[in-house]
Design a protein around this ligand. Structure first.
Ligand code: ADP
Length: 256
């Protein structure tokens, strides 16, 4: 297991930077929180790390080597929980996991054992043969998390992993992430659910308009900005001067 280093990463779409000169590093055992308002560039960063998008500039280095030197090799060590559950709707939850596991080359016997384990853990066993299209968002999310963990990844990239989950599953996933970090895995946790991030991450990177606004320990950010919570830190750091809050502006527009 090694350090994941993001070095001066930039992505431009039609000349406009969506991710602009972003650098950070995640050590084994660390969960880095990656946070920013909608459109900040979080998903674009994640897509470059997993090899779905090519950077315009910059490098992604894992264990001392550019991941482009051996992208399939890096991808084998990577687990990814995508933001949008684009699951094949005609497959059942179990079939989806079987497909994901076989694509990874996991042996049949080990795969069946793992799948049963995950489906039971996530209370999906009774629904294992129902089509994914009949699942709730939270159920689909559980399948995606299971798929990401099937092959025992060293690096875990999570893009809004908690969307649609109920409170008790959220707590379980939180504890799961802490357990995976304790085993020395390298984890990037991208989300706008700040209270969970505050509990699982020691450090956060705050992104806005593609640029790094802050990259520090939550404790230090809270102390230096004199804020009691990460939420307060986030609001302070991302606030645009002279701009009213969105709720206020919507209410005002409704009165006109
Ligand atoms: P976030 O995940 O933080 O909400 P994104 O990474 O999805 O933000 O988007 C960052 C910016 O890049 C946005 O302005 C978005 O419109 C733009 N963007 C993302 N993907 C594309 C694309 N494929 N083509 C053009 N613009 C894109």
């Amino acid at each position: 297991m090694g350090i994941l280093e993001i070095q001066r990463l930039t992505k431009r779409f039609n000349g406009l930077p969506a991710v602009d000169d972003v650098s950070f590093a995640i050590r084994p055992g660390e969960i880095l929180g990656y946070v920013g308002p909608n459109g900040a560039g979080k998903s674009t960063t994640v897509k470059m790390i997993i090899g779905l998008l090519e950077p315009s500039e910059g490098r992604i280095v894992y264990d001392g080597r550019s991941v482009l030197d051996d992208l399939p090799g890096f991808q084998r060590r990577l687990g990814y929980v995508p933001e949008e559950p684009n699951l094949y709707p005609f497959l059942s939850g179990r079939e989806y996991l079987q497909l994901a596991g076989r694509l990874r080359g996991i042996s049949r016997a080990a795969l069946d054992r793992k799948i049963e384990g995950f489906l039971t853990l996530f209370s999906l066993w009774d629904d294992r043969d129902c089509p994914v299209s009949s699942y709730s968002k939270g159920m689909r999310q559980k399948i995606l998390i299971s798929a990401a963990l099937l092959d025992n990844p060293d690096v875990l990239i999570l893009d809004e992993p908690l969307s649609g989950l109920d409170a008790s599953t959220m707590i379980a996933v939180r504890e799961l992430l802490q357990g995976l970090a304790a085993q020395g895995r390298t984890i990037l946790y991208s989300s706008h659910v700040l209270d969970v991030m505050e509990k699982v991450c020691a450090r956060v990177l705050i992104l806005r308009k593609g640029r790094v606004l802050a990259y520090d320990s939550i404790e230090h950010l809270r102390a230096s900005l004199d804020q009691p919570s990460l939420e307060g830190v986030f609001t302070r750091v991302t606030q645009e001067e002279g701009k009213q809050d969105l709720a206020g502006r919507i209410l005002e527009a409704m009165r006109r």
